[in-house]
Design a protein around this ligand. Structure first.
Ligand SMILES: [Cu+2]
Length: 303
């Protein structure tokens, strides 16, 4: 850090010497600021990422390039490795729906506009209330100036977490911010751990190892049935047959989960998960039938 500051000062001083005069000072200050790609590369290197190649093993599916997650991509931070989630507003109207806007701002204060598709979308936004109710998985629209817009619901007053998951230059970032829906608020307790959940007339059973250990990879299989029979009409949703998000309680830390495969005759969808911390998680699994997306949620305990 000290060295960086020193060399920037040196570059700034050199600029003054070379060009001379107060009029050139602004220009040399600009020169001292690395361009976007360099500033992200420096930030990524500081974060411990291999910056010699953007693509690496350990992610990716459906023919998309492998991506490397920036360490700390759990949605608990607003900024990470040179990028920051800048919300136009931190509030939502309680009991309603409103358009929420934000930008992903780079080290130079400019809005990032070049995103790599991930599971068919340029950015995935999860919005959920602090008590894990009101879960929304949204795909905001990117404007030409780098502003993202999305309609967000706040069914009740309280605190909501907005978590943006995106890839830039082959690196995956997960940034989060808190939105407030003003008004008297109380929290619904986290439901007890369960292996079954229902939504829209579907029953989903979770099959998991007897023990889920923090930091260990585990396979989770969700079996979808309707009227007691396996569903055979699962449709691809975001490049896979299911989409799973795991949020740690009570801080809403986000874990990315990779779809691993499906057995369409059995209505079964399997994910490889690695839940990093002990404690309770709320798992939100989404699947699609008949053009409609269904969401089921399970509480699980990680030891
Ligand atoms: Cu998404």
């Amino acid at each position: 850090m000290l060295q960086t500051t020193t060399s920037r000062l040196a570059a700034f001083a050199a600029g003054l010497v070379l060009t001379g005069g107060a009029a050139a000072a602004a220009g040399s200050a600009t020169n001292a600021t690395p361009p976007l790609q360099d500033c992200l590369r420096v930030a990524a290197a500081d974060a411990g990422l291999d910056t010699s190649m953007a693509e690496e093993s350990g992610g990716g599916h459906g023919g998309e390039p492998m991506v490397e997650a920036v360490p700390g991509s759990d949605g608990l931070r607003t900024g990470l490795a040179g990028l920051e989630l800048a919300a136009a507003s931190q509030s939502l109207p309680a009991g309603g729906e409103a358009t929420w806007r934000f930008r992903i701002v780079d080290c130079d204060g400019k809005a990032a506009r070049s995103f790599d598709p991930e599971q068919g979308k340029l950015l995935h936004l999860i919005v959920v209330r602090s008590d894990f109710t009101g879960y929304q998985h949204l795909h905001p629209t990117l404007g030409a100036d780098g502003t993202w817009s999305v309609d967000v619901k706040a069914p009740k007053a309280g605190r909501y977490r907005a978590i943006a998951d995106f890839v830039i230059d082959g690196r995956k970032y997960v940034l989060g911010t808190t939105l407030l829906a003003p008004g008297p608020a109380s929290e619904t307790p986290l439901p007890a751990p369960a292996e079954r959940a229902a939504a829209d007339g579907y029953e989903v059973e979770l099959q998991r190892p007897a023990v889920l250990e923090a930091g260990e990879e585990s396979q989770l299989t969700f079996r979808v049935t309707r009227h007691g029979r396996p569903v055979r009409d699962l449709q691809p949703y975001l490049g896979a047959y299911g989409h799973l998000v795991a949020l740690h309680a009570p801080d809403l830390a986000y874990s990315h989960v990779h779809p691993d495969g499906e057995d369409r005759d059995q209505g079964a969808i399997t994910f490889d998960t690695e839940l990093h911390r002990a404690g309770s998680y709320r798992l939100f699994m989404q699947f699609q039938t008949g053009g409609r997306v269904h969401t089921v949620a399970f509480t699980q305990t990680v030891s």
